[in-house]
Write a protein that binds this ligand. Sequence first.
Ligand code: TXA
Ligand code: MG
Length: 333
Amino acid sequence: MRRAKNVHPASPRSLREAAARLRRGELVAFPTETVYGLGANALDPKAVAKIFEAKGRPADNPVIVHVSDMKMLRRVARDVPPRARALIAHFWPGPLTLVLSKKSLVPSLVTAGLDTVAVRMPPGLARELVRLAGVPIAAPSANVSGRPSPTTAAHVAEDFRDVYVLDGGPTKHGLESTVLALEPRPAILRQGALSEESLRKAIAGLGGGATSQRRAPAGGPSRRAPAASPGTKYTHYAPSRPLTLFLRKSSLIAYAKAHPRALVLCPTGFSSLFPKQRILPLGDTPEDIARALFAALRTRRRGTELLALAIPRRGIGRAVMDRLTRAATRIVP
Ligand code: TXA
Ligand code: MG
């Protein structure tokens, strides 16, 4: 496929150009190890407003702030408690987002009026971009609100034709970061690329107590008090066609037989179970499936509907199932 004209391969030069644009208050899309982000200077309310406008993002959904070092973290977080410091030592740079108390100079648009700010330090190219920009970068996933998160520059270009996009190839994890609140006790607000098991282990090592999962109400926006992680209450990751999630292989096989024009998303090893079907193989390990999932939800391949199979809710499988469940039009036991 030809590269869209707003997509620029990552190079020292395009990185400098992207950083300059960020400093000027413009939007830049860039690859992280999780998904592509749509970034703006987190300290400039006008720049951050452009993110919400471009995505059509509801104003009550706060965005994650990306930092390149601890000094920058302290510009946005009022306090970095010992437990946060220990987790940072363990997992940063990496796919862990921490919810911390915010400093007042962080615009309220970034945090949707909350007195906390969600922060993370991505590795590699993203970190280098933030460092070059010299300011913390607010960045949600670089998709139009409600669409699957982008794992390639081409996905970003599908959703945004005018934004400067840095192309760093397909992202490593393919799913967003894990969002963790620390107060009053550690609680996962959104499952993500860092597994709950790894987090629990690290937190247990700190004598920090259990990690619970706080659940926001599913379905459409609720009018109740702000949810713990506001984003999780919105419909997300919607594919262009109906998607049915099957919890059992036998029910998927039976349904697929009766619907030969459907496109089946399944582990590569299961392809032979669907001899007469269009198949979109996702790979073999849960990590492969995580990496392939969002691209599969954006597929342009033929098929009247999409059929997907559940995977065990272990490791990154939890985050995969979280996204599949949100993307699904219906779920068949
Ligand atoms: O991997 C990722 O996290 C990617 C890359 C670009 O870093 N970003 C991302 O951002 O997924 P976004 O905006 O699509 O999701 C941010 C999530 C939302 O569920 C939002 O509600 C939650 O983090 N969040 C942000 N600030 C929060 C806060 N102060 N308290 C609780 N949840 C917060
Ligand atoms: Mg998102």
